[in-house]
Design a protein around this ligand. Sequence first.
Ligand code: AKB
Length: 319
Amino acid sequence: MINETVLIIGANGQLGSVLSEELQKIHGKDNVIASDIYSNSTFDGVFEIIDATDLNAIENIVNKYAVSQIYHLAAILSAKGEANPLKTWDLNMSMMLNVFEVSRTNNVKKVFFPSSIAVFGDKAPLENTPQSAFLNPATVYGMSKVAGENWAQYYFNKYELDVRSIRYPGIIGYQSMPGGGTTDYAVEIYHSAVKQEKYSCFLNPETKLPMIFMDDAIRSTIELMQAPKNSIKTRTSYNLGSMSFSPSEIASEIQKLYPNFKVEYNVDFRQEIADKWPKSINDDQAREDWNWKPKYDLKSMTVLMLEKLEEKYNTSTLK
Ligand code: AKB
């Protein structure tokens, strides 16, 4: 077991809820402090309510538990963010800067800050998008991630704060639901299939986007955080590739196991966001620097998603 005390901000979210449990296995239950703005009665471990827009609230918890690592996962995502651009900017920026500043002034040794494929816009190549492509995001969420990446690099260069970051593709897992993103359809579609409902997809059938299975997303995060400091050459954020597919491709994969499953297409404003994002990602840098290698593809992920969701619904909702 590694002797660290870890704070997760945004532990109730899609990634945070799964990552908190994985970090408990690595650091021990008492050394993982899960936190969010709302309480969580189902979390089995130490939980604190933190409003991350309040610097003192973060600092109190960091000092209370002598926190040595922070995973800052709280943010308003791409689709939801467009409903209130100024609030999104304000929240995403203030939470991120509070985390960096508290870490700098309270001896926190490592910080994880998630970035996203949303940093790319129409000036980046759509296929095999390189690490160093021009960044002109079209959403406020993407703008806040580009700014966050630059602040991460600034805190590393100026204060030697060891901030590490990944540009996540859409994350797909059976354990938790996403909220407010453009890639959310790829989780919802599996739930509809298992519940034997027709799925109404908000992106058009040919919209190819980069995605990753939750197990790979968690493993990438932990591997990056455990990598030797001198191997981390990119201090903005690492491109992370895994799989790429469109709604029609995921639907066909599901139909191999659920032949009666149907999808209808009711495209909305999220299409415009997706059209500016990469279709596939070049992650050579992550592979070189900290040996990143994905394990799951669309086929193996689909088998597992359907199996696990069947278990979930058979023992609760459907019965
Ligand atoms: C979103 O769709 O906003 C997120 C992301 C790709 O960052 N899932």
